[in-house]
Every structure is written in C-alpha cells, then in structure tokens.
Write a protein of this length. Structure first.
Lengths: 565, 310
C-alpha cells in the first residue's frame, strides 16, 4: 500500500484542478472532493478561486459582527447524557455548543475541518490519517489530544455502548463468536472493533485502518453521535449534562430536561475557532406542537427556532420581522416494500404501484413544492455522484395490466404503516394512497405513534420510513440496500448491486462514480423496492436581528458565528 | 370517623395497586420496545439485547413488578426512559407547577362562580339569571383548545398584550400565567356557577326561606344567614371534584401554552411510552382522585348536619 508523506497532497488533487478548469467539474463537486482528500476548506476555496479566477474573499463576508446578547431558540430539550447514543439531532444540538466533532458538515454540505485540522487518505482509501488541531483546551483545563479520539472510537465500537457509530464506522469492526448459542442453536455473533483499526501516531495524529475502502469517513465523522467527549468521560460519570466538559466555546449553566438548557460563553480559554459573539444561548422547550413556537415568536419570547415544519412556513410568513431560511437536503421518506412478504414479493405488484405515481404531483401536494421529486432510487440530485435517469411517468393502463398479470385483476388491498408525526409523512402516504386508487389498489393507512412505528420499521411488509440527509449517495445505498446490512428494511438482496456498490465506493471522482451510479440507480428503480415521493427542503426561522444564521442540511445549530444585530 | 378515614385510605391503596398492575402489564409486555426507545430505532439487535440484560429486563415480569413496587413505596420511582433522570426529579417540580396554576385558577374561579351562581339562583327566571345562565352554558361548551386559540389570537397576535407561551424559563412571571388561568377559568366557572345556581334556586323554594321572607327579615339577611349556608353544600363537593378534573384538564392548556406542568408531562410520557414516568404520574393521579374524594366526603359530613348526626 502506498502512502504519501503527511506534507504532500493526494495525487488526485492536480487532476481535480484540471477537471475544474475544463469545466468538467462544478465548483461544488471540486470543493467536496478536494476536502475529502484532505485539502483544507480554505485552501480548497482558494484553489477553486485561483482556477476560476475568482477572489477567495467571495466566500461569505458579512457586515462587522456585534458582540453580546443571548440567543433564545425554541427546541425540544431532550436528555443529553451520552453523545454516542444520541438518536435525535436536537440532542446533538444540546451538546454541540460544548462538545465538538472532528469534522463538521457546513452549510454547503461540505466536510469542514473542526477538531481535526487536516486528513488524508491512502490511494486505496483504506488508511486515513487525521491531524488533530493543536492548542485546543477542554473546559477542565486539559489539552485536547489523540487519546481523546482513540477513547471515543473504542467506546463507539464497543457493542455495550449501544452507539449507532458502530454501524457508521463498520469498516473498522469485525464479527466474533461469543461462544453462546441462540434458540435455534446458531452461534451468537458480536460486532467489536477490528484489531489495530485505531492507531495513535503521536499526540496530535490518529490513523484509521479500514477493512474496506470508505470514501465517506470524513462525512460520517460529521454526524451528531460523533461529537468528541473527554477521554475520562466514562470514568467521570458518563453524563454530559452533569459533567459538561467540552472543547466548544460555551459551557452549560442550567439544564432542566424537557424545559430549558442555558449556556454561557467560556471565559477560561479563548475558543480555537476565534471570536464568538453571543454571550449565551438558551434553548426553550415548547413541546411537540408547533403552535406555541409561533405564539412565542409573535410575543417576542424567542429569536429563532430549531426547525420550521413545512406546514408552518406560510403562517410564519405572516409575522413581520421573521426570516425563514430554506435549504435543499437529501432528507427524504420512502414507502418501502418488504420483498420477502406477500404481495410485495411479486415484482409486478411493486411495479404496478410505481406506475400509479406522479412524483412531481406528490411533491406539490404533500410538501408544497419545497424540494425535488423523487426517482425511487434514493440518490439525490445534490449528491455529487447523482446520475439523472429518464423521468418516471404515471401510467394507469400499465398499472392495471401489471396488476392483472400479477393475478390481481379484480384489485388489490394493502396496508401501509406510517408515523403520525411529522405530519408530512402521513400526508405523503395519503397522496400515495389516492394515486393508487384509480388502478384498483386500495391502500389502507395505519397511522401510529413514532415509538410504535420504530419498533416495527424493519419488519412491516409496507411502511413509510423517513431517512435523514447524508452527504454522499453511496452512504445511503450502503446503509439501506446492501444485502444483509442492519438497516436493510426491504430485505433487498442483489449480488450484482452489491458488487457495483463496492465498485462505486472505491471511486473518488464523482464523475467516474456517477457512471457506476447510473447502473445502481437503474437497478434500484427497476426492482421498485421503494416509492420515494420527494426530496424535501428543511427550514428554520429567525427574527431579522439574528445575523449570520443559516439552515444546515441536518438541522444542526451552528451558532458560534451568529450575532444579534 | 377514624374508621371511615382508614377504610377510605385502604380503598385508595388498593385502587393504586390495581392501577399499577394494569399499567405494568400493558406497558411492559414487550421489553424489546423499551430498548428501542432508549437506544433509538437505528440500534442493532445485539446492542438492544445487551441493554436489556444490563437493566434487568430478562427477569420474570412479576420479579420486575415487585422490585419496582418495593422501590416505589420507598420513594424511588425508577428512571425515566425519555429524560434519563430519576422520575422524582421531573415529577415533583412539574406537579408543583400545576399546583400553582390550579391554585390561581381556583382563586379566580371559586369566588366568581359562587357569586354568579348565587346571584342567578336568588331570583330564578329573572333577566340576571337568564344572562348568567346563557353565558355559563356558552363558555362551558367551548372546549379549552378552542378558547385557547381564540384568546391567543386576540391577546397575543392581535393586541400583543400578553406573552404567547408560559414556559417560565426566566423565573416565575405573572404575565405568563394570565392566559392559561383565563382559559381554565372560562371553561370551568360556568359549570360551578350552574351547580351553585341550581342549589341556590332549590334552597330559595324551601319553606324556611319563605317563612323568613314572610316574617319580614331583610332580603339580604335571608340570603346571607339562611340561604347561603345550605346552598353552598352541593357546590363544595363539585369544587372538590374540580381538583381532580384540573389534573387531567390542564393537559390541553399546558400543551398549548408550553406550560411545564403535570399534564404536559403525562402527555409526553404517554406519547413516548415512558413506563416508569407513566406509572408515577398515574399513581399521583389516582392518589389525588381518591384523596379529594375522601376529603370531599369528610367535608360534606361536616357541613351537612343530616349526615353528621345520622
């Protein structure tokens, strides 16, 4: 395996610049790929500027910031015990102002260096070296060092921790036999950290040895359960709310779960990221109903919210002095069919349902046209490797014929499970059901509380599952459609698909990768295991005195550079 | 009297045990759920199994129930799944907030409804009676979720006079209490006023009131000395029952105004199947229901000589 010296650039970078110069690569693709190869974000912006003849200062420069003030934000104040087990972005936001990730996904959907200053990959993309930022201090006075990162990784990969990071970094795990047998006499396997996967090179360098190429490692480090806690986190109680030690610019001063979380700017040590303008942040819990948030805006009790649901956008526009920020994301929902369960084991049935769909209309009716129509293959137009396939069209004659061929000439009745909240999910399901009706397919909708749905999301024959934003298309396909993986909710198993996915996962150039993606998208769309209505936009709202605010693709609160005008 | 109270307490304890067993059976039947709730939908089967094992979920159901019951009577209510803190830590402050809300509702509602009820009942069929009765019927028939929206539209969105939410994050604030209290009072005063009116009207038709009027006592004195004492016995019971109603009735108001009380907590716990929290909330609710009833019975006995001396 060849490895470059830490000072050299990845050999692919010059070629990238050439592609940008020739116009074969968009600026966004260039930035995304270059940063993944370890070029710092500012250097990547500068390179792009140099190639395209733009000045680097076109990167957002707003008016002079004003220091002071407390930002009041409406968000559910959930428990925040252990970042490794977080399952909601709200929890990530509660911890984010104190604990920080190695890599952060910025507003352009790019992986930006955070506690890791640079990173680089070997040519086979199996060895990744992360240089950690120097001069970062924990709020307890300790220096931030490689031991902190090693501790976090070892904890994440330990099955007893119960962290979703174990799946996120599965390329660093291996299966072992526990020696126990299950009821059927099969050995019980356990997933643990692969030996030697995490290597400390020195106090500020960590190297990861993966057992397969993984181009999405930096993006995975930007997910909210990958916030880095102090190396003695477990020894000191393992509860962030009680022992809020972090590297971030704020410290927790008041926390009452379900009610309020307050932070004040740290004064013990300057933040490594430079100036922080806010004196403090307060999250106020207004419950699950959006009504109180609107009332709180109207009576000036809050400055911003964490997320604005699509139904709220019109009503918030009627309140003066409010600005609603929108961002197009790769967040979506899929009406997925379990192909091992009747009648969805019959491809003709699945194709008949697909033939009933008008995706453009679905977006319009169920999500007020904020987003992009889905194409039933779970690769988003904002993914760098996306390949545009011919659009799907609604064809009831075809649907009826397919249904008759499948043996349901007199119609078919199926049941779909979906969650009650957020409401766009049930709205999407209702529109899908209406679109199926003319072809003689009756879709009975079973709306249930979130908790109940998540108990059966893997087993129900027909269910509507929401999927969060992921920066790369291959990430999603690996998580949801590869044979036998933990979240393969459709039970899809296609060796050819898996092979192509391996191939795509080893190609760094998104243009080259999109050629393989074309095949992958075609296979998925043709096998019709999901009906994907649309890609949806995300929103947040703030008063016009809140400056430098934006809606991040995964609803992360990025407040370190926000100020109040 | 002591036997009566003891018997009441015994029934109360029995009710609580029955409710707790029913809830436990309903909520704990599938332990897999609990692990999914704690570790999230994306946890692996192995991770969930390990969590269940670590938290004693593979013990038989009755062992878990009795260990929970043992802890419960010693004041340890278990840990909330949603909040990951001991139940008592969230339950007591929330209950106290509801007590504060309920107290101010009563402070406004009781004098108002008694006054209106008495005024209406004094002269049955008069213009005053008609207008009070119609108002009471109208306000009582508008549910809280409708009046809350209506009042918020006027005082928050239109006039901008009152705060729209009552989270009290910056400490106790009288202004934030106005709308929740107003909504609850508007919904509830009509009912109590109607009951008082009926009771008053009934008393006014009794022979001793007629005698008092006919013997020439001033009307004011007839009402204050003779009618009121007897007319207020029935409303007393009704008011005691309102405490019980408030505990569940506040759910809508607390949810709407984001007031951090017991009702909102119960709702959140139920939506998230937070078993120990639901159990504790249910125990509190049963206790309050049984205790207010006992108290009402005792009070009624004291107020009504016919029962006291029988």
């Amino acid at each position: 395996m060849s490895r470059k010296s830490s000072k050299s650039m990845h050999p692919y970078v010059p070629e990238l610049k050439e592609l940008l110069r020739n116009g074969k690569f968009s600026r966004r693709d260039f930035l995304s790929t270059a940063t993944r190869l370890g070029v710092s974000l500012s250097a990547a912006y500068a390179m792009a500027g140099g190639v395209l003849g733009l000045c680097a200062s076109t990167v957002a420069r707003a008016a002079a910031p004003k220091a002071g003030g407390i930002l009041r934000c409406s968000m559910n104040v959930k428990e925040m015990t252990d970042p490794a087990t977080y399952d909601w972005s709200e929890k990530g936001n509660l911890a984010r102002h104190m604990t920080e990730p190695l890599v952060r996904i910025n507003k352009d959907n790019l992986a930006e260096p955070y506690l890791a200053e640079t990173w680089e990959a070997s040519e086979d993309l199996k060895t990744w070296t992360f240089k950690l930022r120097k001069g970062v201090k924990w709020s307890n006075g300790d220096d931030f060092i490689a031991d902190d990162v090693v501790f976090n990784f070892e904890r994440w990969l330990d099955p007893a921790t119960g962290s979703s990071n174990q799946g996120r970094f599965s390329s660093m795990t291996r299966q072992i036999d526990t020696g126990k047998k299950d009821k059927e006499g099969k050995p019980v396997m356990s997933t643990v950290a692969a030996e030697g996967a995490i290597e400390k090179i020195d106090d500020h360098t960590v190297r990861f040895h993966l057992n397969r190429a993984d181009i999405s490692l930096p993006e995975a480090l930007g997910d909210y359960p990958a916030l880095i806690v102090h190396r003695r986190f477990s020894d000191e109680g393992g509860d962030l709310s009680k022992n809020p030690v972090g590297t971030g610019p704020f410290t927790l001063t008041k926390y009452s779960v379900g009610e309020v979380a307050e932070y004040r700017r740290r004064t013990d040590h300057p933040w490594w990221g430079g100036d922080v303008y806010l004196d403090g942040i307060v999250y106020i819990d207004h419950g699950d109903d959006p009504g109180p948030t609107i009332a709180a805006f109207a009576s000036g009790q809050i400055d911003c919210n964490y997320r604005t649901s699509v139904e709220q956008v019109p009503s918030l526009k009627t309140i003066p002095n409010l600005v609603t920020y929108e961002t197009v994301t790769a967040q979506t929902g899929v009406a997925r069919m379990k192909i091992t369960e009747a009648p969805f084991d019959n491809k003709l049935v699945r194709k008949a349902i697909q033939a009933c769909m008008d995706h453009t209309k679905l977006l319009e009716l169920a999500y007020q046209n904020f987003g992009a129509p889905g194409e039933d293959h779970h690769v988003s137009p904002i993914h760098p490797e996306y390949f545009k396939l011919p659009p799907l069209t609604q064809d009831y004659a075809l649907a009826k014929k397919l249904l008759a061929d499948a043996g349901y000439a007199n119609g078919l009745k199926v049941r779909i499970d979906c969650v009650a909240n957020p409401t766009w999910e049930q709205t999407a399901v209702k529109v899908i059901a209406e679109m199926c009706r003319p072809a003689g397919i009756e879709v009975v909708i079973n709306i249930m509380p979130g908790g109940t749905y998540w108990d059966r999301w893997m087993t129900t024959p027909f269910g509507f599952t929401s999927w969060t934003h992921r920066a790369l298309g291959v990430q999603v396909l690996n998580l949801a459609y590869r044979s036998g993986v933990a979240w393969n909710e459709t039970s899809y198993s296609n060796p050819e698909f898996d092979r192509l996915l391996d191939e795509a996962g080893a190609i760094l150039d998104p243009r080259e990768r999109s050629k393989v993606m074309k095949k992958l998208e075609t296979i998925l769309q043709d096998d019709t295991i999901i009906i994907q209505p649309f890609w949806r936009s995300e929103f947040l709202t703030a008063t016009n005195k809140v400056r430098n605010m934006y809606c991040q693709v995964a609803s992360e609160s990025h407040f370190n550079k926000v100020w109040l005008g | 009297m002591i036997i009566f109270i003891l018997r009441r307490l015994g029934i109360m304890a029995l009710t609580m045990v029955v409710v707790s067993v029913m809830l436990f059976l309903l909520l704990e039947f599938t332990p897999g759920n609990v692990a999914t709730k704690v570790l999230g939908p994306y946890s692996s089967e192995e991770q969930r199994t390990l969590w269940l094992e670590a938290h004693g979920y593979f013990e038989p159901l009755w062992v878990r129930y009795f260990s929970w019951l043992g802890n419960f009577v010693t004041g340890d209510f278990g840990e909330s799944v949603r909040f990951k803190v001991p139940v008592a830590e969230v339950l007591w402050p929330r209950l106290w907030n509801t007590v504060v809300l309920g107290f101010w509702v009563f402070v406004v509602m009781i004098p108002l409804s008694l006054l209106l009820g008495v005024l209406a009942g004094m002269r049955e069929g008069s213009a005053l009676d008609r207008s009070i009765s119609v108002t009471s019927i109208i306000t009582t028939s508008i549910p809280e979720f409708a009046s809350a929206v209506f009042l918020a539209a006027i005082f928050v969105f239109w006039l901008g006079l009152l705060p729209g939410t009552s989270t009290m994050t910056g400490g106790f604030d009288w202004w934030q209490l106005v709308l929740p209290v107003m909504v609850l009072v508007i919904y509830d005063f009509g009912y109590v006023a109607r009951m008082t009116r009926a009771s008053m009207a009934e008393v006014m038709t009794t022979p001793y009131i007629r005698t008092a009027i006919l013997k020439g006592l001033p009307y004011r004195r007839v009402i204050m000395r003779h009618a009121l004492r007897n007319a207020l016995i029935a409303p007393f019971t009704v008011i005691m029952l309102q405490i019980n109603w408030l505990l569940s009735g506040v759910i809508v108001v607390e949810f709407f105004f984001a007031y951090k009380g017991f009702g909102a907590l119960l709702l959140e716990a139920s939506l998230n199947q937070d078993i120990y929290l639901i159990e504790a909330c249910a125990m509190v609710a049963v206790f309050v229901a049984a205790a207010t009833q006992t108290f009402a019975d005792i009070g009624y006995t004291y107020l009504n000589p016919r029962i006291r001396f029988s």
